[in-house]
Design a protein around this ligand. Structure first.
Ligand code: AMP
Ligand code: MN
Ligand code: MN
Length: 322
């Protein structure tokens, strides 16, 4: 990959749009803010940052996240010289932001999903990277861009959250090496840990306890799943960010080999979040035009949640070795 093309494209662009994915996580937000800070540091330029959903409260500490704007606050007629997606596996993950991406004169896609397609002019996809944060770090290192404490905090958060605190199988020696560099550059592990993992509201904890208490277990408890209804979300006054980490809790059960959560969407249809220990979750979700990684994937299904769960279970039961 010739990274100099990225450098020159960013250098010559007068206005740049950075786009994170819907229902944002630490990786898409951390990578976007890191790139914002890096472009400011190296090129003395300010980018626009686009959000497709509200920033979960636990990520409000990310340096410069306050500069990101919701899509509603963008001028629809605006044409950017350059649009860059971060951690966006497929363009439907940026919903109505796609119009801005399509109109941009040049596009870059920075990602690490194994299912990502080459939908941009320049595609920097590394399925071996733990996170998009690690890909952004690689670009910066290769191009010799300057690091600073704000970039380090953003990238460390991206890597920390996508590796489940350096627990998942995407955690490699290079992940720790990069994390060490980021700590040297100013990322403070206990402070970031507290912000991300010890900042849940009481609402979120009680809401998740309620949803998990309704779980169903099949095939000698190898399959665990639960359905989250709109009415539950309303009752608990829970936002989309309240879903974060719920599927991992079902996978954490010793007998579980595959776990999923089906969320009834406001707009109708269902969003599925899947985690597995052995089977390829991305492959199962790809049946429904979704994707992700081997052990963490998702999709949306145009069906009521019970029906969506039934369809997913049919696919899971086709797998010989769960
Ligand atoms: P989630 O369960 O929402 O945390 O998503 C788990 C993983 O699957 C993440 O890496 C997502 O980027 C990916 N993912 C979730 N939904 C989709 C989708 N509809 N299409 C492609 N990838 C998805
Ligand atoms: Mn993500
Ligand atoms: Mn990611």
């Amino acid at each position: 990959m010739d990274y100099s093309e990225i450098h020159n494209t960013i250098k010559s662009a007068k206005n740049i749009l950075l786009i994170s994915h819907v229902n944002p996580d630490g990786d898409t937000l951390g990578s976007m803010c890191a790139l914002y800070c890096a472009i400011e540091e190296t090129f003395k330029k300010k980018c626009d940052m686009m959000l497709l959903s509200k920033v979960p409260a636990v990520y409000e500490f990310l340096p410069n996240i306050d500069k990101a704007k919701n899509i509603e606050d963008f001028d629809k007629s605006r044409v950017y010289d350059l649009a860059i997606t971060l951690d966006v596996a497929a363009l439907d993950r940026i919903c109505s932001g796609e119009i801005f991406f399509e109109k941009a004169l040049k596009t870059i896609n920075i990602d690490h999903h194994q299912t990502t397609k080459n939908y941009a002019d320049i595609n920097i996809i590394d399925p071996d990277a733990s996170s998009t944060g690690e890909v952004v770090y690689g670009i910066m290192k290769t191009l010799d861009w300057k690091m600073n404490a704000d970039i380090a905090v953003n990238l460390y958060t991206a890597i920390l959250t996508d590796t489940g605190s350096f627990r998942f199988d995407n955690t490699k020696p290079s992940t720790f090496e990069i994390a060490a560099e980021l700590v040297r550059a100013g990322a403070n592990p206990p402070e970031i840990y507290k912000n991300v993992y010890e900042s849940d509201s009481r609402t979120i904890v009680l809401f998740q306890a309620h949803c998990i208490s309704k779980s169903k277990f099949l095939e000698d408890d190898k399959i665990a799943y639960t359905i989250v209804y709109k009415k539950d979300m309303e009752k608990f006054n829970a936002g989309d960010d309240a879903m974060e980490g719920m599927t991992e809790k079902l996978r954490a059960i010793v007998t579980t080999r595959i776990a999923f959560v089906v969320k009834e969407m406001k707009s109708g249809g269902s969003k599925v979040s899947m985690r597995s220990k052995f089977a390829d979750a991305a492959q199962i979700c790809a049946v429904f035009s979704g994707g992700g990684h081997k052990f963490a994937a998702g999709c949306t299904i145009k069906a009521a949640p019970e029906q969506a769960a039934k369809l997913i279970l049919e696919e899971i039961k086709k797998i010989k070795e769960l």
